[in-house]
Design a protein around this ligand. Structure first.
Ligand SMILES: *[C@@H]1O[C@H](CO)[C@@H](O)[C@H](O)[C@H]1NC(C)=O
Ligand SMILES: *[C@@H]1O[C@H](CO)[C@@H](O)[C@H](O)[C@H]1NC(C)=O
Ligand SMILES: *[C@@H]1O[C@H](CO)[C@@H](O)[C@H](O)[C@H]1NC(C)=O
Ligand SMILES: *[C@@H]1O[C@H](CO)[C@@H](O)[C@H](O)[C@H]1NC(C)=O
Length: 340
């Protein structure tokens, strides 16, 4: 016989179990974008396999084998392992789907540092129409540290249009992700660094990404997560961070103004205490603040208190941010192989 409900706490327990169940069932309904989904959407015509036992021993060798002017999707499948090389996907090698065995298992690692961001990059994509899944990009340069010349150590430079990364990792101490130009989508990625570690003039949506802040070697200036270079009011670029999580060690700013029209939006994101109460920095930018579009919308967590934010940083209304908070911001329904 069913035991009668005798206590208020029993009822609360019962209700909270119900709500756990409800949350779980909506979570599982959300389509997970994984390699299987991408494979079925992309329908590649050919696969180039990379690994110690495969036809291609390095990732660059496989990319070199893709014909110039390629116009149909091909897979470059990279078996688990660490590949020590600098990799470039040049402009004339479009429609490459770079697939790893998971960001904890397949990694491209190099250790170049330079005063030139492009030259330091472990991975560079210049081509349009590129997709990566389940792979880590890492710049391991010991000297890519603040307060030294040759301090740039880019893990990935993204300079093509219509480029998407799913479940990828980006690691470097400094200037990790050079989101140079073009429309980009980052889904469930992990990005780590300390100073200006997501920077450039891309038009990019970072959806459900995890951003981890490393301790900052400097004590005079705090680093910034994002530095964006939008140059004019009719420039469509911007960095939009949606539904993610920011945490780490030490104290940082969410971002900084780099040009008169810099655009950086964090929405529905969790901030740990690692975010400085001031939130944003105008370090090195001394111009007019009226054209900046930098701020937050509906973030949460211990670092999300808006009371002491920089006076020029914005607290966006739902209406203001709506056009930026979906793949429409990057015209994604026209070119993304998978999204939700
Ligand atoms: C940085 O390196 C790239 C690639 O080698 C080169 O095209 C560019 O001119 C360099 N930039 C500067 C400022 O030297
Ligand atoms: C990086 O190095 C340059 C010199 O090459 C220096 O002017 C600059 O201040 C350094 N930046 C940081 C953040 O340490
Ligand atoms: C930079 O931001 C600080 C803090 O909000 C503010 O006091 C200062 O006036 C700003 N500088 C410029 C040039 O806008
Ligand atoms: C992309 O989307 C924007 C905003 O919705 C729109 O103004 C623009 O025309 C679209 N671009 C293309 C090439 O469809």
């Amino acid at each position: 016989m069913a035991r009668p409900c005798t206590s208020a706490s029993g009822l609360v327990l019962f209700l909270s179990l119900c709500s756990i169940f409800v949350v779980d069932s909506t979570e599982t309904k959300k389509p997970l974008i994984d390699a299987k989904v991408l494979n079925s959407k992309i329908q590649a015509k050919h696969t180039y396999k990379v690994g110690p036992e495969e036809e291609y021993k390095s990732i660059q060798a496989a990319i070199d084998a893709v014909p110039e002017g390629n116009s149909q999707w091909v897979v470059v499948h990279v078996r688990a392992g660490t590949y020590r090389e600098q990799v470039v996907v040049p402009k004339n090698k479009q429609y490459i789907y770079l697939r790893g065995n998971g960001k904890g298992r397949t990694a491209i690692v190099y250790d170049e540092c330079s005063d030139n961001n492009s030259e330091s990059a472990t991975f560079t994509v210049e081509a349009n129409n590129f997709v990566a899944f389940g792979i880590t990009f890492k710049n391991n340069a010991e000297r890519g540290l603040p307060n030294l010349p040759r301090n740039q150590s880019v893990a990935a430079k993204v300079a093509g249009d219509k480029v998407a990364f799913y479940h990828c990792g980006f690691y470097s101490p400094h200037n990790t992700l050079f989101d140079n130009k073009g429309r980009h989508f980052y889904e469930s990625c992990y990005i780590q660094g300390n100073i200006d570690f997501i920077f450039g003039r891309g038009q990019s949506l970072f959806q459900s990404c995890e951003i981890f802040v490393l301790p900052d070697g400097r004590n005079d200036i705090l680093g910034s997560i994002a530095a964006h270079n939008r140059k004019s009011a009719d420039d469509s670029s911007g960095f939009v961070f949606l539904n993610g999580k920011v945490y780490g060690v030490g104290e940082v700013y969410l971002g900084r103004a780099n040009e008169a029209h810099s655009r950086i939006i964090f929405a529905n994101t969790y901030f740990s205490k690692t975010i400085s109460p001031l939130g944003w920095s105008n370090w090195s930018y001394s111009g007019h603040t009226g054209g900046l579009m930098i701020g937050e919308h509906d973030c949460h967590g211990p670092g999300s208190d808006l009371q002491n934010r920089a006076e020029w940083a914005r607290q966006f209304s739902k209406e203001e941010v709506e056009p930026f908070l979906s793949i429409d911001f990057i015209n994604g329904s026209e070119w993304l192989p998978a999204y939700y």
